[in-house]
Design a protein around this ligand. Sequence first.
Ligand SMILES: Nc1ncnc2c1ncn2[C@@H]1O[C@H](COP(=O)(O)OP(=O)(O)OP(=O)(O)O)[C@@H](O)[C@H]1O
Ligand SMILES: [Mg+2]
Length: 251
Amino acid sequence: MTDKKPIITVSNLSRRFSNGTVALDKVNLEIYRNEFLIISGPNGSGKSVLMKHLNGLMKPQSGEIRLHDKNIHNNIYRTRQEIGLVFQDADSQIIGQTVERDASFGPENLRLKRDEISIRVNKSLSQVGLQEKKDHRPHTLSGGEKRRLAIAGILAMDSGVLIFDEPFSNLDYEGVQNVLREIVTLHKKGHTIVLITHDLGKVLAHGERLIIMNHGEIVDNGKPLELLHKLESCGIRRPDPDKLENMTWLK
Ligand SMILES: Nc1ncnc2c1ncn2[C@@H]1O[C@H](COP(=O)(O)OP(=O)(O)OP(=O)(O)O)[C@@H](O)[C@H]1O
Ligand SMILES: [Mg+2]
C-alpha cells in the first residue's frame, strides 16, 4: 500500500569519482512511504552508489537527499536508524564475533537499554530463522544465512525504510525463496522496501514501481509490467513471463 507522501526525496544528486567516472548524474527520485520499489539497471549503472548516498554513507558532491523533508545529513543518527541497508556483499556487513553480537551492533549504536537490545535481537534472529545459531561465528554461516543475518541486523534497528542491494546474489533457490518471503512479509508489515536487482524475474510480481538506471541516470520510472518492453534496450534481461507467474506464489 502506498500513500503518496514521499518519505525520501533525492534532488539533482550527482557523484563523480576522482578517476573521472560519473556514477550518478543529476538523479531525481522520490520514495513513498510503504511502497515496494524496485531499482534495476546494468552493472555499473550507479545503483549501489545511489544506495550508499541514501543513508548518508556517501555524502552528495552536489544535490540533496531529504528524509521527512529534512536534509539527511542534519541528523545522520536518525537517518541511519530510519534507513537500513543490506549490502550487496554480505561479508562486508559482518562486524560481530558471534551471530548475536553482530545483530546487536545496530541497536547498541542507538544506545538502547541492554534488556531492550536483547529483546529486539532475539526477535529479529527468530524472524530470519537464525536463533539457533546465535552463538555461531558469522563467518562460518552460509551465504544465504549471512544475508539473513544482515537482514536481522536492520530489523533489530526497527528501520522503517529497508534497502536491499542484490539480495539474491549467490543464493540457491531455497535461499532466494526465504529472503524474498522475508522481504514481502516486511512490506506487508508496513516497511518501505527498496530492492535493487538486475534479476527482475524474481521480484517483478511484488514490486509496485520500477526505476531503471543506466549510466548514472534514471531512464525510466513506472509500473513494472508496463516497463517490461524497455528492459532490453537498457541492458537488462527481460524476465520470462512464465517465471513471473511462478513467483506470484508468495502473494
Ligand atoms: N569507490 C569508487 N571509485 C571509483 N569508481 C567507483 C567507485 N564506486 C563505484 N564506482 C564506479 O561507479 C559506477 C557505478 O557503480 P555502482 O557500484 O553504483 O554500480 P551498480 O549499478 O551497483 O553495478 P552492479 O550491478 O555491478 O552492482 C561504476 O562505473 C563503478 O565502477
Ligand atoms: Mg551494485
